[in-house]
Ligand binder design. Structure first.
Ligand SMILES: Cc1cc2nc3c(=O)[nH]c(=O)nc-3n(C[C@H](O)[C@H](O)[C@H](O)COP(=O)(O)O)c2cc1C
Length: 337
């Protein structure tokens, strides 16, 4: 089966699959493994903290692959202006912005000539990015891991609603993690799929082995997980947050959003511990994700994780499963090409 489409053309990869941005985890080595397995690997600029370290990572990944993306998460990535400068100076293949609205950076991005993808949690945010000139957009449904938005809705409803409104290539993420979810997303009109959690269950991913094992043990319907991932934020806390928004520094505001919606910061802080966001990759392996626990920074996509494999096997299995499903469907329903 041929997988080429306008998204693979834009990203320069074999399959319409993109590795998601991963703070603390999205190193150039991991992105390279994803790109070399046929997907589009994504370096998360925040991992490198300084523009010069990011530049070094970009030089390194270029020694092993020509196609990759760099995610600059607005409001969460330190030294953001310098990070953008490095992406433009190095003329990276694709830039992904995310988390906060990109408006103040759009002129510089467009002038740089670098291809630009924006990731949003609502159809409205993605439409806005398309209107501002994004070459593609990534839409994340509520099943995904990450900062929640009060208007975020489930992945497949988001996709089907967005497809009629968005003209540029559309990637869908949030609970995507196997061939079945990939086939369903493409059949429903996505140009590609975007995977954060599930692709961490691979040997090359630098997240701790404990978190990987927790992904195998975890069930998507555990009340803890549902509360953390899907429960809408407390309306009072949300109103309080929004009231403070304009008077707050952007970085501080985003951290507060995280605390309010995912409650990671507050819970750990109350125990006098650093949060995973403060500790980076080392912190991800520490309590509260201890052995035997099913907790961890991952989404409902844990539903499909039952082994830790290489990135190549993960991608191959996913593509093969999707191909088999399409072929079975075509045979069963006597579709001819
Ligand atoms: C550990 C972890 C760290 C993440 N860090 C970022 C980040 O820094 N910036 C960002 O835009 N998204 C981040 N995400 C979100 C993913 O890029 C992606 O949108 C999300 O994981 C998709 O849903 P899924 O987890 O169901 O695949 C992170 C996700 C995880 C699991």
């Amino acid at each position: 089966m041929k997988w080429d489409n306008r998204l693979t053309e834009l990203l320069g990869c074999k399959y319409p699959i993109m590795q998601g941005a991963l703070t603390g985890v999205g190193t150039w080595e991991f992105a390279a493994a994803c790109s070399n397995a046929g997907a589009d690997g994504c370096i998360t600029a925040a991992v490198y903290k300084t523009p010069e370290k990011l530049r070094e990572a970009i030089k390194q990944i270029r020694t092993v692959t020509s196609h990759f993306t760099v995610n600059v998460s607005i409001g969460a990535c330190p030294n953001i202006d310098g990070m953008f400068d490095v992406c433009f100076e190095e003329q990276i293949p694709v830039l992904e912005t995310a988390i906060y609205r990109p408006d103040e950076y759009v002129d510089r991005i467009k002038q740089s000539g670098v291809k630009w993808i924006h990731k949003g949690a609502t159809v409205g945010f993605c439409k806005h990015a398309e209107d501002m000139g994004a070459d593609a957009v990534v839409l994340i449904g509520i099943e995904g891991f990450g900062i929640k938005n009060i208007r975020q809705i489930p992945t497949f409803t988001s996709l089907c609603w967005a497809r009629d409104q968005i003209g540029v290539p559309l990637l869908i993420g949030g609970g995507i993690g196997n061939g079945r979810t990939m086939a369903a997303a493409l059949a429903a009109g996505a140009d590609g799929v975007y995977i954060g959690s599930a692709i961490m269950a691979t040997h090359e991913c630098p997240i701790s082995e404990r978190v990987k094992q927790n992904m195998i043990l975890a069930q998507p319907d555990e009340p803890y997980r549902i509360r953390e991932l899907i429960a809408p934020p407390d309306p009072e806390a949300y109103a309080e947050l929004m009231a403070k928004r304009d008077s707050m520094d952007l970085n501080k505001w985003i951290r507060l959003v995280e605390a309010t919606f995912l409650k990671l910061k507050d819970k750990k802080k109350s125990k006098g511990e650093k949060t995973i966001w403060e500790e980076g990759a080392e912190g991800l392996g520490e309590d509260p994700f201890a052995e035997g626990s099913t907790k961890g920074p991952f989404s409902f996509a844990c539903a499909y994780i039952n082994q830790i494999v290489s990135v190549q096997t993960f991608i191959d299995n996913m593509v093969k499963e999707a191909e088999d499903l399409f072929q079975t469907f075509a045979r069963r329903h006597q579709l001819t090409s």
